[in-house]
Design a protein around this ligand. Sequence first.
Ligand code: ADP
Length: 442
Amino acid sequence: METFIQEMKRYLGFTEEDAALLRQIGPRMEKYLPELAERFYSQIRQHPNAFRVFGGGDAQIARLKLTLQGWAKGLFGGGYDQPYSEERYQVGYRHVRAGVEQKYVISAMGIVRAFFSECLLLEFPASDVRLRYARAVSKILDLDLNLMCESYMHASMQNLRALNEQLERANRDLAEASRSKDEFLAQISHELRTPLNSILGFTKLVLDGLTKTPEEERELLRDVFSSAQHLLGLVNDILDIGRIEAGRMALHVDDVDPRHVLDSTVPLVTIPAAEKDLELRDETHNTELPLVRADEVRFRQVLLNLLSNAVKFTPPAAADQPPGRVAVRARILHKPDAPAAHSGNGFLRIEVVDTGIGIPEEKREEVFEKFVQAPAGRRYGGSGLGLAISRRLVELMGGAIGLENGEDGRGTLVWFTLPLASKEAAKLPPASREKTSTRAPA
Ligand code: ADP
C-alpha cells in the first residue's frame, strides 16, 4: 500500500531527480544552518505566547536550535526515508502536546522557506540553475509541512476522542447524580410529609374545637409534639448527610472521655425503653474507659442513633416471654483486626446489643447505605439515614462500624470503634503497642 510519504511525493511531483538535486546542494547549504536556527528562534520567540512553549529558557532554545539544524540537514539527504518521516511525524505530536497551534507551524515553515530562498540566491546567482534547486527545496518543504499537518490532525483527533470520552463520563456521572438526587428528594419529601400531615391534622382538630375533653386535647398535642420532634430529627439528618456528602462536615476532634458521653446519652432512651418494658443496661460501668479521639457531639449522635435503633427494633415481650433487652458494652482493642481505619494507640470498641428483630446477614452492609431499610424494619418507621450517617461520622473520626448477630443468635449487635487518645498509648502493654500500628479494629 502506498504510504503517506509516497502519496505526497506523487502529488507534489517530487521525483528522484529532485532528491538528487537536494543531495547535490546539501553540503553547500550546511554552512547556513546555524544562522537559520538563529533567525528562526529569534523570530519565533517574539510571539506573545512563546513563554508557554519555551519555558525551558536559553538551554532549551540551544537544544532546539541543534534539532532544527539536524532536521534541515536531513531535508538535504533528499530521500525523506521512512525513519526520517516517522521522526517528523512524532514532532507533530510533540507540538500538539506543547500547545503549539497548527497556524504557527505553517508560519514557521514560511520562515524557513524564505531563508532558503536567500541562501539559494547567494549560492546560485544564475537564475536557471537556482530555479531547479529552488523547486526541489520547495517540494521537500511542502512534503514536510504536509506530514506535520497530518500528524497534527491525528494528534488532535486523539485529543478530541479522549476529551469526548471524558465528556461522556462526566455526562453519565451527572445523570447518575441527578437520578440519585431525584430519588433522594422523592423519598425525603415523603418522609417529611408524614409527620407534617400529623401536625397539621391534629392542630386543626384542636383549633376547630373538635376535641371533647381537655385530656383528649392534650393527647393530640402530645402527638403534635412528637411529630414535630420527629420532623426536627429528620431535618437534622438530612442536613447532616448533605454536609457529609458535600465533604463539608467539620469535626472538632479532641480527647474525649467516653464515660461522660455514655452517662449523658444512655438515659435519653430510658423512657422509650420503659414504654416497651425493655431492660436497658449500661454494662460499661465495670470497664475502665480510656480517653478517645473523637468529636464529642458526633460521638454522642452515633451512640444515640444505635441505642434508638436497638430500642425501636426490639418489640415488647409477649406475655410468657422474658422482657427484651438492650445493653451497652465497651472494651479496649489493642490489636486492630479490620480494615478501614488505623490508630497506633489501639481502639475503644463500643457495642450496643439488643434482643430485637435482628438484621439478616445479607442486609448487614446494605443498611449502611442511605435510605436502605431491612424489610422487617420498615414498619417501624424512620428514614434509613441513621446508620449511613453513623458510618460516615465514625470513619471521619478514624474508626469503623459494623453489625453482628446479637446474643444467642438473636437480635442485633452494632459495634463501632474510636481511636484511643495518644495519652493512652503509654498504658497499653508493650507487646500490643507494636501490633496496633497500621490496620484497623473490629
Ligand atoms: P432507620 O432506623 O431510620 O430506618 P437506620 O439507617 O438507622 O435507619 O437503619 C437502617 C435499617 O437498618 C433500619 O430500617 C432497620 O431495618 C435496620 N436496623 C438498624 N438497626 C437495627 C437493629 N438494632 N435491629 C434491627 N434492625 C436494625
